[in-house]
Design a protein around this ligand. Structure first.
Ligand code: DX5
Ligand code: ZN
Length: 213
């Protein structure tokens, strides 16, 4: 039986009290802290960046699962690594030289993830799946917390999970957007290894122990 990890997203926390959000994550089954970085270009809003990660870093022992929703992530990965990110995930749609960037993230001693928006096919990752530690399948269009899970993305998770077992690969499948207690079991059954949850987790309605792989 595989262990499914929970990575609560700080995007739904009270930004005036991120320290207590970190405590809440640690005390409620969080295995990592999902940190959504938005640049106002790749997605319309601006959230937080390197200085915020740096000041949060001493407050938690959990891995920082940094999701870069930014244009030109290659210009930023060094500073995000330096600030204390552990897993650095960038978008396939945001840059051309994905192979180079994955290798570069590894050279910084960090785990490398690649993310795809709902309209990007999993097949577009086929050449680089053996390089990554994590694939983040977006189940909403990125940019905002609290959106509704897009049902067709379940098929994408299943497809990715099949490719993973056929090719005997060991990247983790993370699913991000609209995950809640009514769809979490199907997301796990489809093959997810990590559930990202923002609004459902911070509303207190989502408990990992209700689900099993
Ligand atoms: C969306 C972000 C997600 C989001 C998750 O752009 O990448 O991490 O905040 O929040 P919920 O669970 O509310 O969809
Ligand atoms: Zn995210």
């Amino acid at each position: 039986m595989r262990k499914v990890l929970l990575s609560p997203s700080l995007l739904s926390a009270d930004f005036s009290n991120l320290a207590s959000a970190l405590k809440l994550i640690e005390n409620n089954g969080g295995d990592a802290v999902h940190i959504d970085v938005m640049d106002g270009q790749f997605v319309p809003q601006i959230s937080y960046g390197q200085p915020v990660i740096k000041s949060l870093r001493p407050l938690s022992k959990l891995p920082f699962d940094v999701h870069l929703m930014v244009e030109k992530p290659e210009l930023m990965v060094d500073s995000f690594a330096e600030a204390g990110s552990d897993w650095i995930t960038f978008h396939h749609e945001s840059t051309v030289h994905t192979d180079r960037l994955i290798n570069h993230i590894h050279s910084l001693g960090k785990k490398a993830g690649i993310s795809i928006v709902p309209s990007t096919p999993v097949e577009s990752l086929s050449e680089i799946l053996h390089l990554v530690d994590l694939v983040l399948v977006m189940s909403v269009n990125p940019g905002f917390g609290g959106q509704k899970f897009i049902p067709y993305t379940l098929e994408k998770i299943k497809k990715l999970s099949n490719i993973k077992s056929q090719k005997n690969l060991d990247f983790l499948i993370s699913v991000d957007g609209g995950v809640n207690s009514s769809n979490a079991q199907s997301v796990i059954d489809a093959g997810a290894d990590i559930l990202v949850s923002g609004s459902a987790f911070f509303s207190g309605a989502f408990k990992m122990e209700d689900f099993k792989a």
